[in-house]
Write a protein that binds this ligand. Structure first.
Ligand code: C5P
Length: 220
């Protein structure tokens, strides 16, 4: 099976780009952030705070996260319910980045992620795919963009959803989340050895998609 790992900070365009590249290569796209988001939603629904590690672990142990593909679209199921519509809020973003620092939570998702890669040609995106989940991936890409560009893109995305968040508030949230993800002890976000660095600050989505597709074609 061919495994492509894409890591990078929040809002770099990983999911939009990885999803389209996967479609063009007929690979499946695995969004591991959505798995952390589903567990975060379980904690929020249980009324557990992120600092309450015991409560978080208990809540996540009682939650079952599975993945299904419907018309090529990844659906994350929390206890059998498709939770895709509920996992993109700022509250869930924040909670997912806090609970993903706990090793217990990371181990809960590791088998699910590795099994998908063992049984399918995958493009898997996240923060620790090239460094921890799939260290032997055929291609590793680190996708990034300048912070203000990432905030602007997120702002445009949210504006279509009637969000009241200002661009400054979004940039602040992105910086906080990156700091947490890059500085945690277990599986922090960093550039994997042998990863190809792609900065999308000055690239259109189409240009980023063709850049990544070429990198993959050159290597597999
Ligand atoms: O990619 P996305 O923004 O949806 O991820 C939400 C959060 O889940 C990230 O901020 C990060 O804390 C966590 N995450 C992680 N490891 C991954 C994917 C996501 O820790 N492989």
């Amino acid at each position: 099976m061919i495994n492509i790992a894409i890591d990078g900070p929040a809002g770099a365009g990983k999911s939009t780009i990885a999803k389209e590249v996967a479609h063009r290569l007929s690979f499946i796209y695995v969004d591991t952030g959505a798995m952390y988001r589903a567990l975060a939603l379980a904690c929020i629904r249980d009324g557990v705070s992120a600092e309450d590690k015991e409560g978080v672990v208990k809540s996540c142990e009682n939650a079952s996260v599975t993945i299904e593909y419907v018309n090529g679209e990844q659906c994350v199921q929390l206890n059998g319910e498709n939770v895709n519509p509920y996992i993109r809020s700022e509250e869930v973003s924040k909670m997912s980045s806090s609970i993903s620092a706990y090793g217990e939570i990371r181990s809960m998702l590791l088998n699910l992620q590795r099994n998908l890669a063992r049984n399918n040609n995958v493009i898997m995106d996240g923060r620790d795919i090239g460094t921890a989940v799939l260290p032997d991936a055929d291609v590793k890409i680190y996708l990034t963009a300048r912070t203000e560009i990432r905030a602007k893109r997120r702002f445009e995305q949210l504006r279509n959803k009637d969000s009241e968040l200002s661009i400054d508030a979004i940039e602040k949230e992105i910086i906080e989340r990156d700091n947490r993800d890059m500085n945690r002890k277990i599986a922090p976000l960093k550039i994997a050895e042998n990863a190809v660095l792609v900065d999308t600050s000055n690239l259109s989505i189409e240009e980023a998609i063709s850049t990544i597709t070429e990198i993959i074609h050159d290597r597999v």
